[in-house]
Design a protein around this ligand. Structure first.
Ligand code: SF4
Ligand code: SF4
Length: 385
């Protein structure tokens, strides 16, 4: 795949301006640009990006990156060998690019990083999700057998691609945790990528990027951090992951802690009805189903769409799409978290009635909300320890 050519100067301009957003030290950017430049002439680190049971939303999110210079230079310099939506080749030519990359890695001529978008369906022998072909044996009526092409499942691709990959990146909530496709996993057997990788090679370096979709910075920053950890790019700094294998740079703090409406929560000022409140009042949306108190992500500070806004800022409750509990355990999305027990106080009917009655809510945090999810915050979400 070829990206639009971006000059080193353009890269430095974009990357320098957004280094903090990417979770990279600004001092690293010139080094990174130099390394990427060298890599473009002397063997780019290849990426093989495959899709399981996904909606392609995470690819679209990444390609709509706020920082086209950065996205394009990375796509161009890192040599994305296979990506179903943006590669030039089709059919056997496209699949051959994967086979050539794997063969080169096997021969010790370079490495590749495997990016997986979407969980892996295992029901019906994985037939829900296929691309490319396998040669399989078919018996003739006379007892002889012939080789015939058959659909190759994404699960079979995983078995082929994981062993030789330097690292695996699950991009998006559904790849990382099952997300929406796994909410009814009984149908397709949607299985999170890390479970498949653990079956194939438990020691394989693996990182999850949450979000539905993932934020372009989350994916790009995590991919660069992984390449730095693998020493493909300079620095050699190990990836700082939480217990859900997510980069702490992006998923280290609760949304609730940094939310611009936290003061309203603490004061007991809640949006009670979508129709009778003035949105300018900036009321807390806990009662309308906000999952910010149990979701670790930096949306309030990073924001989306060129840092213009984010869900709560646009008067929509956080749906918790970066959380491992999304979708099944956090739905219905517009219902408040159930049976909340605030610091030992268990309101019977109105979970926040006591707040409205004048009790202070200062200090209420995820630790109490997490009691309802049956685990400590750091266990459930893998927050900072
Ligand atoms: S995480 Fe959400 S947006 Fe991304 S591919 Fe999965 S379902 Fe689509
Ligand atoms: S419950 Fe939601 S809207 Fe209210 S303060 Fe927390 S994150 Fe913000």
């Amino acid at each position: 795949m070829t990206g639009k050519m971006v000059t080193r100067r353009q890269f430095l301009k974009h990357a320098g301006a957004t280094a903090a957003l990417l979770g990279l030290s600004e001092a690293m950017i010139p080094q990174l640009a130099k390394a990427l430049e060298q890599l473009s002439t002397s063997g780019k680190p290849p990426i093989i990006w495959i899709q399981g049971q996904n909606c392609t939303g995470c690819s679209v999110s990444f390609l709509n990156s706020n920082y086209p210079g950065v996205a394009e230079v990375v796509l161009d310099k890192l040599s994305v060998r296979y990506h179903p939506n943006v590669m030039g080749g089709t059919g056997q030519t496209a699949v051959q690019a994967i086979n050539d990359t794997v063969a080169a890695a096997k021969a010790g001529k370079g490495i590749y990083v495997l990016v997986v978008e979407g969980p892996i369906p295992l029901s019906e022998n994985g037939d829900y999700c296929t691309f490319g072909l396998n040669d399989t044996k078919k018996k003739n009526l006379d007892g002889t057998s012939v080789q015939v092409p058959a659909d190759k499942t994404v699960h079979e691709w995983m078995q082929e691609l994981v062993p030789g990959a330097a690292a695996v990146i699950a991009n998006g909530n559904c790849a990382s945790f099952g997300g929406i496709p796994a909410a009814n996993a009984g149908v397709t057997g949607a299985t999170k990528v890390s479970d498949i990788v653990a079956q194939i090679d438990p020691k394989k370096p693996m990182v999850n990027v949450g979000g539905c979709p993932s934020h372009p910075d989350w994916f790009l920053g995590t991919a660069l951090q992984a390449l730095i950890a693998l020493k493909v790019l300079p620095g050699g700094k190990p990836l700082d992951l939480n217990s859900n294998l997510m980069s702490k740079t992006f998923f280290g703090q609760l949304i609730h802690e940094n939310c611009e409406r936290r003061a309203a929560f603490d004061a007991g000022l809640f949006l009670e009805d979508w129709n009778d409140q003035n949105p300018d009042m900036k009321l807390c949306m806990f009662k309308q189903g906000c999952k910010g108190p149990v979701t670790y992500a930096d949306c309030p500070t990073r924001r989306w769409n060129s840092a213009v806004n984010w869900c709560v800022g646009a008067n929509a409750p956080c749906h918790g799409c970066a959380s491992p509990q999304f979708y099944k355990d956090l739905s219905p999305l517009y219902q408040p978290l159930p049976n909340v027990n605030f610091a030992g106080i268990s309101p019977s009917t109105d979970v926040l009635g006591w707040v409205a009655a004048g009790a202070t809510a200062v200090g209420i945090g995820a630790h109490y909300l997490y009691k309802q999810l049956g685990s400590k915050p750091e266990e459930a979400e893998g927050g900072e320890k």
